[in-house]
Design a protein around this ligand. Structure first.
Ligand code: TXA
Ligand code: MG
Length: 310
């Protein structure tokens, strides 16, 4: 048995025994447990210190695995064929006889589901007899984890096992679309809204800031680095770490770059680790220059805005 096979086996053993483990996805690491087990799901909430009214995303291998749990519709099929597996989460209606634990959904009749693309997690999902409930692997309201060392920093020895799958290729969470009603975006994420619009060819409301929070996880304090952060800064104040979108010739030790040359995809990938690094260096404040609000830049600005609510 090679290392990958033996790690998958280890991960499966833990999950089969209702333990929680960390798993890699293409967006961020997840804190996973058996979505059909009340016991596992309750453990996830406890480890993460997550309020019980904030429902979890359920991760499936493919459509066949999903059939018993959710009611699918035309928009879902179109999007699934184009973007799954990938960084998009669908909110669908639950089937009456679904096996998903009521703690996943907080007793609601809708559920958020997604098909992650990371090859290691796909191999694991394929050998499990249940889907995985998995929120991002961080303590509630803190920065998400995009590499095994982040997960360790968040949970220390409280977590039994991390299935190590390197650094996440996208680095920000999935885009969440509600398909139980008129299509609407509940969270901006790794897949841009313009790409989604091209496929379902209709108006999509962006509700990520709406007062009536359908997604409780979108409470404004989120992705918090634990120190104040301000946006659209031209010049930093004394003592502030200054985050720039592209590399400059300035050689100040408090300057940090999200990408070499204004690449928003790379900037998204670097966002959480860079903020983590700045905090771990002992800075007490962060200033960020203006980030172009296009494509995944919209997601970066969304996360910064929430982080700035500290
Ligand atoms: O990329 C991702 O989506 C990562 C990886 C691990 O898959 N997961 C993730 O999970 O970001 P989490 O728990 O950090 O965020 C899930 C969001 C929360 O804001 C939650 O409120 C929302 O999804 N959500 C879950 N179920 C929902 C439902 N039935 N209706 C509306 N929003 C829902
Ligand atoms: Mg999260």
């Amino acid at each position: 048995m090679n290392t990958v096979q033996s790690n998958i086996k280890k991960a499966k053993n833990y999950l089969d025994k209702n333990h929680c483990i960390a798993v890699p996805t293409e967006t961020v690491y997840g804190l996973a447990g058996n979505a059909y087990s009340d016991f596992s799901v309750k453990k996830i909430f406890k480890l993460k210190k997550r309020p019980s009214n904030n429902p979890l995303i359920v991760h499936y291998y493919n459509l066949k695995a999903l059939e018993h749990d959710c009611i699918i519709n035309e928009d879902f099929k179109k999007l699934y064929n184009k973007f799954s597996p990938g960084p998009i989460t669908y909110v669908l209606k639950l089937k009456k006889n679904s096996k998903i634990s009521k703690f996943v959904t907080n007793n609601k009749n809708t559920v958020a589901i997604r098909f992650p693309k990371h090859p290691l997690l796909r191999r694991l999902l394929k050998v499990l007899s249940y889907p995985l409930a998995a929120p991002s692997a961080n303590i509630s309201s803190k920065l998400s984890s995009v590499q095994p060392s982040d997960v360790k920093e968040e949970f220390g020895r409280k977590l039994k096992y991390i299935l190590k799958g390197g650094r996440c290729s996208i680095g920000v969470e999935s885009t969440i679309i509600n398909l139980t009603d008129n299509a609407s975006i509940l969270r901006l994420g790794g897949l841009s809204v313009s790409k989604i619009k091209k496929i379902i060819k209709k108006q999509i409301l962006i509700k990520n800031k709406s007062k009536n929070k359908i997604s409780p996880g979108l409470f404004s304090l989120h992705y918090s680095p634990g120190i104040p952060l301000r946006m659209n800064v031209k010049k930093p104040n004394k003592g502030e770490a200054f985050v720039l979108i592209k590399k400059r010739k300035i050689n100040s030790k408090n300057y940090f770059f999200l990408s070499k040359n204004n690449n928003l995809i790379k900037a998204a990938r670097n966002l959480y680790p860079l903020i983590r690094k700045i905090k771990n260096k002992g800075y007490k404040k962060i200033a960020v220059e203006k980030i172009p609000n296009i494509g995944i830049g919209q997601t970066i600005n969304d996360r910064l805005e929430r982080a700035s609510k500290y």
